[in-house]
Design a binder for this molecule. Sequence first.
Ligand code: ATP
Ligand code: MG
Length: 387
Amino acid sequence: MQFPLELPIPPEVLSIAKRLEDAGFETWCVGGAIRDALLNLENSDFDLTTAAPPAEVQKLFKRTVPVGIEHGTVAVLDAHNQPHEVTTFRKDITTDGRHAVVEFGGSLTDDLARRDFTINAIAYHPLRHEWRDPFQGAEDLEKKVIRSVGDANWRFQEDYLRILRALRFSARFEFRIHPRTREAAKANAQGLSQLSAERVRDEWFKGLQTAARPSKLVALWRDIGATRIWLPELGAGSTEHGAVDKLPRDPVLITAYLAKDPASLLTRLKCSNKDIERGRAIGAWRDKYPDATSAADVRRWLAAVGEYADDLLSLLRAPRSVLPQAVARIRQTNPPLTLKDLAVKGQDLIEAGVRPGPEVGEMLQRLLDDVLDDPEHNTREYLLSRV
Ligand code: ATP
Ligand code: MG
């Protein structure tokens, strides 16, 4: 691959690089933005790597955030408060598969050598317009392959997350994984169990969002053995025919669609309670769609599934289902669906003689059932006459 003579660098990034260079610290653009530029893909998230130690970076810029200072990463805020990550040249010293203990003071080449894949280990000098590609990342971009920098076995054992990153990049760019890298990923899959649920979740969700086809990512996770460890609820279910690829790109929704027991999977991934509840509702309701020809049935269903109605509609497997239209028609009329839509409140019932206490709630529920059958019944007069 011929490197472009010059790469367009956002002015904010350029000015950060210039200040560091003027202070005598070699500074290069690295990472995803360089890779994506060579692939002609949009990516304005430029990472800088520099010889300046973190303390020097903090001294040179007025406004910085120590986002990962133990790894040598300082975010420099530009005039628009946008953060730009500046990381000091690092070399890994020791590792336990989850955390790398890093040492500063290395060279650019040391820094590139500790990056995960060759396509992520290309550097561009924003002022001198020079390129450094000691691991032939550009060649791998051309050949469409994901290949570990150095010995794949060793690199995965340093940080098992790299296995999942390989799958993500493979599914995103539709690159194959180099045979030795793929074999090492498989051989080290058991190490994935050491990772924190949060890192795995972020990787899985990002993978689903960025994959050219989510079904491909699922197939890769299965093949490598990652599903067995972190997503056992996915079972051996088939993702053939690409039904999953037609869903909205919402990782919680896709995960719930794929899992036998979505709530238990989302709990393992330490998702928010909101996401877990969403998964639980999808699991509970996805086989219980109403009869689209009965408006009362559809209204009762809408009342029962509440905020999850649209999720459930988007998961409808039957390609010619008329339920979405039936729901749209019913929503247009904005019928009462919840207790608070009723034309009477608990207090009205008490005034009409219902004993305060659980009976009030039971009565309201009965009135709502009636109104779901026939929305015309939602008048104060009619409802009080039923009390
Ligand atoms: P994306 O487009 O998803 O942001 P990226 O390649 O920029 O892709 P980041 O997670 O932003 O990925 O990381 C930036 C760079 O840092 C990577 O390109 C890679 O060089 C390096 N890197 C990130 N995570 C690791 C890791 N776990 N091990 C080794 N190097 C890593
Ligand atoms: Mg990035």
